[in-house]
Design a protein around this ligand. Structure first.
Ligand code: 6PG
Length: 264
């Protein structure tokens, strides 16, 4: 299936954070309007912190607009550390978002944490069970998230699918404990077929350091073992990429043929 990439370029990192908060809020509102609930998976790292903080900031419209009581929030991946560790994606989201929400806004039962304090294989198995139970999956079904939000490393990785790692070739699990030799660790991650099954998938990418990876992933030769973000080809046929001008610096300027959209 051809892939339409919808680039949405913000002038600055601050504007990008607002665009991301708007994209998340709008997508959740639409899912709730259509299906009565929204199940989304979000990424960690540093880029999304500002957007998560905007979702809880009463000075912005997102807190009031978001149908929190209908939202189930999952994680795309997690480092093999306790939730109190400075490396924990859960801790980052807790500090940026959960801790600032009015009490009872997002009950713990609606937050589906990866129990990465456990052994990686155990954490992956338990999170996979959580997916199967909460999505009420039958047999070999794959969960359909309403939204998956991804970041990208400057090496072209996404989620915890790093270059030349086993997760690139795992199309059978929902969740995988991926050994990452280049970081001397193992991380728990949704597998790329689960990500591609989502109704909406977007990347959130900021900064000049990411510009070469952005160009290589979506303008360069297809080599997903080296550029795992190339594995992300949503079944919808559309991939949205929210980025700032610094990260977009090596993309061709929009023209009549590709105004904001490039087919690949
Ligand atoms: C993680 C993320 C990872 C992240 C990229 C970009 O656990 O860190 O899942 O894929 O999105 O590494 O990270 P930054 O936003 O910190 O550049």
């Amino acid at each position: 299936m051809p892939l339409t990439i919808d680039y949405r370029i913000s002038p600055t990192a601050d504007a990008l954070a607002i665009a991301a908060a708007e994209f998340i809020t709008f997508t959740v509102q639409a899912a709730v309007a259509l299906r009565g609930r929204a199940r989304i998976a979000i990424s960690g790292g540093s880029t999304p912190r500002a957007a998560y903080a905007l979702l809880a900031d009463p000075a912005h419209p997102f807190l009031a607009r978001m149908p929190w009581s209908r939202l189930d929030l999952y994680f795309v991946d997690e480092r093999s550390v306790p939730p109190t560790d400075s490396d924990s994606n859960y801790r980052m989201v807790k500090e940026a978002l959960f801790d600032h929400l009015p009490a009872t806004t997002l009950p713990p039962a609606q937050i589906h944490r990866i129990e990465a304090e456990l052994a990686p294989d155990v954490a992956a198995a338990r999170y996979e069970s959580e997916l199967r139970n909460s999505f009420r999956l039958e047999g070999a079904e794959t969960p359909t998230f309403d939204l998956v939000m991804l970041g990208m490393g400057d090496d072209g990785h996404t989620a915890s699918i790093f270059p030349n790692t086993e997760a690139i070739y795992n199309i059978t699990s929902l969740v995988f404990a991926n050994p990452i030799p280049q970081k001397s660790t193992t991380r728990i991650t949704l597998t790329w077929p689960v990500i591609n099954q989502a109704r909406t998938v977007f990347f959130l990418i900021s900064g000049a350091a990411k510009a070469p990876a952005v160009s290589n992933v979506w303008q360069g030769a297809r080599k997903p073992d080296l550029l795992p973000s190339q594995l992300i080809r949503p079944s919808s046929g559309i991939l949205t990429v929210l980025l700032d001008q610094a990260a977009a610096a090596l993309l061709p300027a929009p023209n009549e043929q590709n105004r904001g959209r490039l087919i690949s």
